[in-house]
Each structure stands twice: as C-alpha cells, then as structure tokens.
Design a protein around this ligand. Structure first.
Ligand code: ATP
Length: 298
C-alpha cells in the first residue's frame, strides 16, 4: 500500500508538486502519467524519502519510507537507472545489495536470469551497459529484497518493444500475487496495457485519478430527445450533471445506461444516445495535460 496525502514541493517560487494525493492498493498497478516536468519524479522522490516535502506526507506499507527498518525488504525502488556505480559489474551491484539487505546471495543469480542479464552480461561493468541493460539491472535491484511494493520511475526508458512487453508481464504478475506497483511514464501507451489505475499529473497537480474505465467514461454521453427540456429536468432530478448544447443535444456525465433508464422512466422519445467519443485514453491524456506541457516547455 502506498498512501500520498497533500504532498507539496516548492523550489523557491516554483511549485513542482502541488497538493498531490492518491493511494495505490495491493494487487494493483498504478500508472503515474504526465508530460516531462509534470512532477512525477519529485513526487516519487518524496515518497521514497529522498526529497523532503514542503508540506504533506506519504507512507509505504503503513510507515513513512524513512521509518522502514529495512526499506529494501518492503519496497523496491528504481528512480534512476544510471545511479549504479559504473565500475561495478551487474553481479557485484546485486550481490552488494543482497548483503546489505540480508538476502540469500542465491537470489542474485535468480534475478540476473529473471532480467535476462545472466551469463557474460553479469560480469561486465555497468559503464559498458546500454540504457536498456541498466534498466533491467535497476529492475533486478528493485526486486532483490522480495518487496511487496514497487516504485519505478520511467522503467520502460531504453527498453525495446520486446523489453517493454517483458516488463509489463513482470509487473502484472507481481501485482496479481498481491504486490503494489506505482510506475511513472510520460507515454500513455507504455502503461495503458498494464495499469489498473491511472493518476495523471500536469504542472504539479493531479488532473485525473481513477480506473481506466472511469477515465474513459469522463467524456460522458450525448443524448438527443424529442423534448430535450423535459429530459434535462428528469436527468437533473436524478442527480446527473447535464449541459445543453446549441444543437439541442444534451451532454450528461453518466453512463449511457443511466441516461437510458431515466429516459425510459419518463417515456421520453430518444433520437440519439451514445458515449462521447474521447478518442481513447491517448486523447484524454493529451487534452488533460496539453496546457501543462506548454507551460513547462516555455
Ligand atoms: N532540485 C530541483 N530544483 C529546482 N527545481 C526542480 C528540482 N527538481 C525538479 N525541479 C522542477 O520541478 C518540476 C518537476 O520536475 P520532475 O522531475 O518531478 O518532473 P517529471 O514529471 O518527473 O518530468 P520528467 O519526465 O522530465 O522527469 C520541473 O519544473 C523541474 O524543473
């Protein structure tokens, strides 16, 4: 479980992360999405105790990260694939980590195989690794303490399509066995296939948070009726948010079935009833973050 409550980080006059709250439950993969500079890394660094927040708090497995007695056994972290010592071999990096965390060194070979770095690659120095190999090593490093929570910043960076597919399977399997995963990306497609929930951040603020299905339904439905005024009143009585368009159509923040039920209850004659086409999550993501992306590009 990861719990983030009103996290805020200011650098001088610049607010990098602004009142961010969300939760990641066991058994789920949460995609943390946003354009470059949106505040993903800063949020993850605050969760993992590397950056002190200006305000707010976060817990992992019920405690602030810094209070976890042996954090690697609770939470696997990959924030920067290039953070490993370039002069060490892949095997040395994992062996040192295993020792520090009190993990059986047999796990090192298991993990080298898991991330496909077994054989000669394990004996090469990290400075000679490609970015994809560094990511794989970083993923192995995150897994070494057999944690129940994973926090991964842009883990797909540098992986080829086969590598991305492999990583999705690994994370899905981890979550299906009860693990909690938070992974960031600036590319929706990278996380769309594996995430159960999406937290979208733009300009330091959460702009969307929900299941993929909920975010898609955010477009609502479009309905046209013979008597739009009467239908609008009935929908509003049912507690739904309705906007009347210039062409007489109504936009309703609800599922098509809910709108259909209300229409049936007053025997309204419908001329059209369909979900508003959001063009998929990609378009939703671009729309949600467009203004923010421009901000940070300046
Ligand atoms: N140490 C720092 N000092 C000053 N500003 C910072 C610092 N770290 C981050 N920022 C600023 O905070 C904002 C958020 O940065 P952050 O790295 O968290 O974004 P991000 O979503 O992870 O982006 P990217 O995908 O490019 O890594 C940016 O405007 C960045 O310039």
């Amino acid at each position: 479980m990861i719990s983030v409550t009103s996290l805020t980080k200011r650098y001088g006059a610049h607010t990098a992360v602004n009142d961010v709250s969300f939760e990641c439950a066991p058994g789920t993969v949460t995609g943390f999405l946003g354009p470059n500079g949106a505040g993903k890394s800063t949020t993850m660094r605050m969760i993992t105790g590397l950056t002190p927040p200006t305000a707010g708090e976060s817990t992992v497995a019920g405690k602030p990260y810094r209070q976890l007695p042996n954090p690697g056994r609770e939470v696997g972290v990959l924030l920067d694939a290039s953070a490993q010592h370039p002069g060490r071999t892949g095997r040395e990096v994992l062996t040192l980590s295993a020792r520090t965390q009190g993990v059986d060194s047999a796990r090192v070979d298991e993990l080298l195989s898991l991330v496909q770095l077994a054989g000669p690659a394990a004996g090469r120095r990290v400075r000679g690794y490609s970015l994809g190999m560094r990511q794989r090593l970083g993923i192995a490093h995150a897994f070494i303490g057999d944690p129940r929570v994973l926090i991964l910043d842009e883990p797909a960076n540098g992986l080829d399509p086969e590598g991305i597919f492999w990583m999705r399977g690994l994370l899905r399997d981890f979550a299906d066995r009860g693990g909690t995963v938070l992974l960031s990306s600036h590319l929706l497609r990278e996380v769309e296939a594996v995430a159960d929930r999406l937290v979208v951040i733009g300009g330091g603020r959460i702009v969307a948070n929900g299941t993929k299905e909920e975010l898609l339904a955010a477009g609502g439905v479009r309905v046209r009726a013979l008597d739009p005024g009467t239908l609008q009143k009935a929908l509003e009585r049912a507690g739904l948010a309705v906007t009347a368009g210039a062409d007489g159509a109504l936009s309703v923040q609800a599922e098509a079935e809910q709108v259909g039920q209300v229409a049936a209850s007053i025997s309204a004659v419908l001329l059209e009833l369909r979900p508003v086409d959001t063009g998929g999550l990609e378009e939703l993501f671009l729309t949600l973050t467009a203004g923010e992306a421009k901000e940070t590009a300046r």
